[in-house]
Design a protein around this ligand. Sequence first.
Ligand code: NAI
Length: 338
Amino acid sequence: HPLPPQMEENLGLRRSDCRAKGGAPGFKVAILGAAGGIGQPLSLLMKMNPLVSVLHLYDVVNTPGVTADVSHMDTGAVVRGFLGQKQLEDALTGMDLVIIPAGVPRKPGMTRDDLFKINAGIVRTLCEGIAKCCPSAIVNLISNPVNSTVAIAAEVFKKAGTYDPKKLLGVTTLDVARANTFVAEVLGVDPRTVNVPVVGGHAGVTILPLLSQVTPPCSFTPEEIAYLTDRIQNGGTEVVEAKAGAGSATLSMAYAAAKFADACLRGLRGDAGIIECSFVASQVTELPYFACKVRLGRAGAEEIFPLGPVNEFERAGLEKAKKELVESIQKGASFIKG
Ligand code: NAI
C-alpha cells in the first residue's frame, strides 16, 4: 500500500533524523520470502532489532498482510512490503543486508537435496536481483539445500561481476543453536553458557559438531558423543517428523536467522570480536565452501578461522562430510555454469 506523499516524506525524515541524532546507525534490511513459515517470525524479530532502520518484506504471496501487521509494532524500523517479481528490484535497491528464506521446506522422508529442483531456480532469480540492485549487500542465505544454494549464489554473482566471497554467508546458526541446546541438556547447564563450534555444511553428515572444542571446556563419554552427534545432525529431521507434513523448523530458524543477522549488522557497524559459524568460501579445507567460525566485520566475513585440533572421531566425520559436500557444491555450481 503506497503511503500518501506527506507520510513518505515523514518516514524519510524519521530515518535521517535517527542518523543525525548520532544514534546507532540504521541499516536497511530486506527479507526475501518474508510471508513464509520462517519469513513471518523473522520479519517480527528484525522489526524489533534496533540496528534496523528500514525493513523491506518481499514475497510472491501475502506480503501486504504481513507488512501491515508487522508495521504496527512501535519499534524504530520503517517497514515496506513488496509483492511479486515486478517489485523485486524496488525491494532490493539500497539494501545493506539481504536475508533469503524463500523456497519450499522439507516434508517427512525428504532430504534437503530433494528441494534442489525448486529452490535452485528461486535462489538464482533472487540473486540476479541482488547483483543488479544491491551488489555490495551482505547476503544471508537460508534456502535449502544450503550446501548447494551458496554455490548457486556465488556463480550468479561471478557471472554478474559482483561476487565478493566475504559477503555471501550460508546460514548454519540453527545447527549451532541445536548443538548448544543438546550439549547443555547433557551437561545440565544453561544453554546460554555453552558454545559448540559446528563446521562442514548444513545437511545430515555434513553437519559436524566439534565436541572436543566446546566452551567452557568439558568432556563426554563415547556414548554421549555418539548421541549428541546424531541428534545435532538430525535435529532438522526431528522437527520435520514432529510437524508431520506441515513443514520444517520455522520458529527456531527465525530465531537463529535473527541472531545471525544481528551479528552481521554489529559487524557492519564496526563492533569488534563478532564470531559466528557460517557456510562460506574458504581455504580451510580443499573444498571451495565450508562452514566454520568466521569473524564478522564491516566487509562481511573478514576472517575465517582454521578448524583447530580435531580428534580421531571428528577427523573421520570430516572425511564423510567432505565427500557429500563436494557433490552438493558441484551440483549447485553446475546449475549456473551448465
Ligand atoms: P515456507 O514454504 O513456509 O515459506 C517459503 C516462502 O518463500 C513462501 O512464503 C513462498 O511464497 C516464498 N517464495 C517462494 N518462491 C519465492 C520467490 N521466487 N521469491 C520470493 N519468495 C518466494 O518455507 P519455510 O519453512 O519458511 O522454509 C524456507 C526455506 O528455508 C526452505 O528452503 C527450508 O528448507 C529452509 N530452511 C533452512 C534452514 C537452515 O538452517 N538454513 C532451516 C530451516 C529451513
